[in-house]
Write a protein that binds this ligand. Structure first.
Ligand code: KG4
Ligand code: ZN
Length: 391
């Protein structure tokens, strides 16, 4: 089955084409045929965060060039003509996208694709709508079925697939995973622990009560005058602090580390950082590094403590980590070390760093497995939902 996927939930625009076959845990294989990703991070940086209307407009402008690139990559670019008569109704609000897509379709016939997968949530609704309407327009023009995908399931499935040692993006054969399976989702909008007794069935066992961990990284970065997105900056400064062997001059709290549940809280941690910043103004470069390290240690401590507790309580055989914060070097390393130190033979899967943040491959993979279950949706029923839940 060939899937073309579209991701526009935040500030990355992505289009990927994969060819996949088989069932997970049995004979699943996939090949990436074409892949095009564009980050808007530099455009949003001056705003200190993602500006939804700017993201929306950028997705509109970038989707057709990325589609062209993904099709070129895969050698699937066609000549010919597609009927565009239904387009102006579907893309009535996408005034930048409509003329570009119309011009493209007037010179391209339907490529050899079986279904279109699109992120319909969670994320920024104005941004999500662009991808959803683009998917509906392509599905209508090329008469293809549509698969709506939950972005967070994309992170989970990508981790299951790309976290395996034998995987590469050319052709990947995926080994079966042991259950129960625990997913630790750590991104800009989510901090969740989900338990699965079966592939693609989830129970939420814990989540943040306020800020997501990635949001805390971004807010703390702002307090330290570091550019958006803050996660990679804090990662870099913290490892510099570790390399230089700084001694600690203060301690930040580890919120909810000892509570008898799987919930998290990161907003108090950010407030504690604010206090340290205020009492040390103007901040020296060394102090910034020290704060970055202690903040990262505090986040890693609570994330790892709760993950280990869940592994023990539920007899977890596989841990998947997904979402942008899974790119964090310290969290990756310490989680692997904790599982080893506890003597568990739990398998830990984390995507390679370059696939940890948003991309369209994750949507293609999740879309494939949903399509395999015949979970197609009528175009008129698909809506962007900023708060879409997995469970
Ligand atoms: O999954 P993602 O790309 O977008 C959402 O779905 O939210 O995650 C983005 C988040 C941002 O908060 C960003 O600061 C954080 O992931 N992030 C990191 C790192 N790279 C990205 N946080 C910590 N360390 C990193 N290396
Ligand atoms: Zn994400």
């Amino acid at each position: 089955m060939r899937i073309l996927s579209i991701e526009t939930s935040c500030d990355e625009t992505g289009i990927t084409i994969i060819e996949a076959s088989g069932a997970f845990g049995a004979d699943f294989r996939f090949t990436v045929l074409g892949d095009a990703l564009l980050s808007q991070a530099a455009l949003h940086a001056p705003h200190g965060g993602v500006f939804p209307n700017l993201a929306r407009r950028e997705h509109e402008i970038n989707l057709v060039p990325l589609l062209t690139r993904a099709l070129d990559d895969s050698g699937m670019r066609t000549s010919g003509v597609t009927d565009t008569s239904g387009l102006s109704k579907i893309l009535a609000r996408e005034t930048e996208l409509l003329p570009q897509l119309t011009a493209f379709l007037e010179t391209h016939a339907k490529p050899d694709i079986d279904a279109i997968a699109v992120t319909h949530g969670p994320g920024l609704e104005p941004a999500l709508w662009v991808g959803v309407n683009f998917a509906k327009a392509l599905a209508e023009a090329w008469q293809l079925p549509l698969v709506p995908v939950n972005h967070m399931e994309g992170h989970i499935i990508l981790s299951a697939v790309s976290g395996q040692e034998n995987s590469n993006t050319q052709e990947s054969k995926i080994k079966p995973l042991g259950f129960p399976l625990l997913s630790l989702l750590i991104s800009g909008g989510h901090t969740e622990l989900l338990l699965s007794k079966k592939w693609m069935h989830y129970t939420l066992i814990g989540q943040t009560r306020d800020d997501a961990v990635g949001e805390a990284f971004d807010k703390v970065a702002r307090l330290l005058d570091l550019p958006y997105p803050g996660g990679p900056e804090i990662d870099r400064l913290a490892s510099q602090a570790r390399n230089e062997g700084f001694t600690k001059s203060f301690t930040l709290p580890r919120p909810m580390i000892d509570t008898d549940d799987y919930d998290f809280s990161f907003s108090g941690l950010k407030t504690a950082v604010r206090r340290v910043v205020e009492s040390n103004t103007p901040l020296t470069e060394n102090m910034k590094m020290e704060i970055a390290r202690e903040f990262e240690d505090a986040c890693a401590d609570v994330l790892i403590t709760k993950t280990m507790k869940a592994i023990e309580e539920f007899g977890v055989e596989t841990v998947l980590v997904g979402g942008g914060v899974s790119a964090n070097e310290q969290i990756r390393m310490r989680l692997a070390a904790a599982i080893k130190d506890y003597g568990y033979d739990t398998k830990l899967l984390i995507p390679p760093r370059e696939l940890s943040t948003d991309n369209a491959l994750m949507i293609a993979l999740a879309g494939y497995f949903r399509a395999l279950n015949k979970e197609f949706a009528e175009p008129e029923t698909i809506r962007a939902n900023g708060n879409l839940k997995l469970v």
